[in-house]
Ligand binder design. Structure first.
Ligand code: NAD
Length: 435
């Protein structure tokens, strides 16, 4: 008798729950949103099981000679979550908090993010448990090179392409690229993205995530029938993502009423001079002492009187405690996981239009994809070309997610997961299972 592959979705959801972290964790929150989307898509149990399991998990011991001559052994991970749509793509982080569970969840996150913007990548992530703040440049270079050597069989432009993440940067990517290239006896620029522009990096990569936020915010305003000019905005976080998003939205005619970083926040009803704030941060390393607005707390920033709120700093800042007080009509999630699952339903009730992280901040991975394409072609694009193509992809992805949202009568977050999961699942069905 044929097996019924389409069990009711309630029977298939969350059998692997205990391989992930608890509910309070943003990564578990992400997987529970995945589950909801899978349920709505009525995903067949077999594909559900495949998508709930990482393809490959690597743990390596990384011996490093420290500057004092002693040998230290670090632990590193690389997880390839799913590569059915193309080479795995995902950052490498150096942090004491790195765990295999977290790396697995972040690799899954990358899988959905690449699928939602429809770029031909799967998802991966890597990390080494270490405290880079306590290591010299020489120790960090040796750690990077030995970790790269440990995972070298998985790396490659056609198999797994790392990028910078927490506590890693262009310099670390240059070491990864060099180590890989030495092993392969020729220069392979496309093995990592987020490289310095001088050695195969892409123009526009630094601004890409903030630019992506600006593009989808404009799409959301248009969808809601609101004008861009004069729209009021608050941005939490004034680093790579937040400062660029604020600057580009201001250039489009928005009034940036509030900005903030880890040292505090500032408010000006008539609009903050974002360029002056960026110049202040360049000089003083933070917004502390900025004179272009009235000081306020980061909590006040989240609930101030604006049309658009861009959380671009940390996870879990919009919670069931403050969601009811949020005045913004649009929330554009520049950060990963800024909204808890508890806050989601409150924002839904208030009819706040949330542009979810896997769509809102996918501009970064999109230009990483452009970097990989340029490296493989050996032909580099102008910054205008990069920005034009980024705009196309972000607009199209916004429209795809909005279509799912309208069709299935779900919010944009669930729609984004549905868009991503159905793309990954379709390729699994077409390819079949290699036996
Ligand atoms: P960043 O380190 O450049 O900036 C982070 C900013 O947040 C800083 O201004 C910092 O002062 C501020 N901040 C830290 N703690 C804060 C606090 N408690 N309250 C208020 N502000 C605080 O980092 P980034 O690259 O801009 O990344 C920000 C977020 O966007 C992260 O969640 C990151 O994972 C996500 N993201 C970044 C990229 C990218 O391309 N950089 C891509 C996708 C997602």
């Amino acid at each position: 008798m044929a097996t019924d592959l389409r069990l009711p979705s309630t029977r298939i959801v969350r059998p692997e729950k205990d391989t992930f972290l608890d509910e309070a964790n943003p990564f578990e929150a992400m997987m529970s949103r995945f589950d909801r989307a899978a349920q709505l898509l009525d995903l067949e149990p077999g594909i559900y099981k495949v998508l709930r399991h990482p393809e490959k998990q690597i743990t390596v011991s990384v011996p490093v000679t420290m500057d004092n001559g002693e040998l230290e052994v670090f632990t590193g991970f690389r997880v390839l979550y799913n590569t059915v749509r193309g080479p795995a793509k995902g950052g490498i982080r150096f942090d004491l908090q790195v765990t295999l569970e977290e790396v697995k969840a972040l690799a899954a996150w990358m899988t959905w993010k690449c699928a939602v913007v429809n770029i031909p990548f799967g998802g991966s992530k890597g990390g080494v448990i270490c405290d880079p703040a306590k290591m010299s440049i020489g120790e960090l270079e040796r750690l990077t090179r030995r970790y790269t050597a440990g995972i070298i069989h998985t790396l490659g432009p056609d198999s797994d392409v790392p990028a910078p993440d927490v506590n890693t940067n262009e310099r670390v990517m240059a070491w990864v690229m060099d180590t890989y290239s030495m092993h392969h006896r020729h220069t392979v620029t496309a093995v990592v993205t987020g490289k310095p522009v001088e050695m195969g990096g892409s123009l526009g990569r630094r601004e890409a995530t903030g630019r992506g936020c600006m593009i989808v915010t404009k799409e959301a305003l248009r969808h809601l029938g609101m004008k861009v000019a004069g729209t009021t905005v608050a941005v939490q976080g004034f680093g790579n993502v937040g400062s660029v998003a604020a600057q580009l939205l201001a250039r489009e005619g928005c009034r940036i009423r509030a900005i903030g970083d880890r040292t505090g926040a500032f408010y000006d009803k008539d609009g903050i001079d974002v360029d002056a704030a960026i110049a202040h941060v360049q000089q003083h390393k933070s917004l502390e002492g900025f004179a272009g607005g009235d000081p306020m707390t980061n909590d006040e920033l989240l609930t101030c009187d604006v049309d658009v709120l861009v959380p671009a700093a940390l996870e879990n800042v919009i919670t069931s405690k403050n969601a009811a007080s949020i005045q913004a009509k649009i929330v554009c999630e520049g950060a990963n996981g800024p909204t808890t699952a508890g806050a989601d339903s409150i924002l839904d009730e208030k009819e706040v239009f949330v542009i979810p992280d896997i769509l809102a901040n996918a501009g970064g991975v999109t230009v990483s994809y452009f970097e990989w394409v340029q490296d493989r072609g050996g032909y580099f694009w102008s910054e205008d070309t990069v920005n034009e193509r980024l705009t196309d992809i972000m607009r199209r992805s916004f429209a795809d997610v909005l279509r799912h949202s309208t069709q299935h009568k779900v919010n944009m977050r669930t729609a984004a997961y549905m868009t991503a999961i159905s793309r990954v699942a379709t390729v699994h069905r077409l390819r079949g299972i290699y036996a």
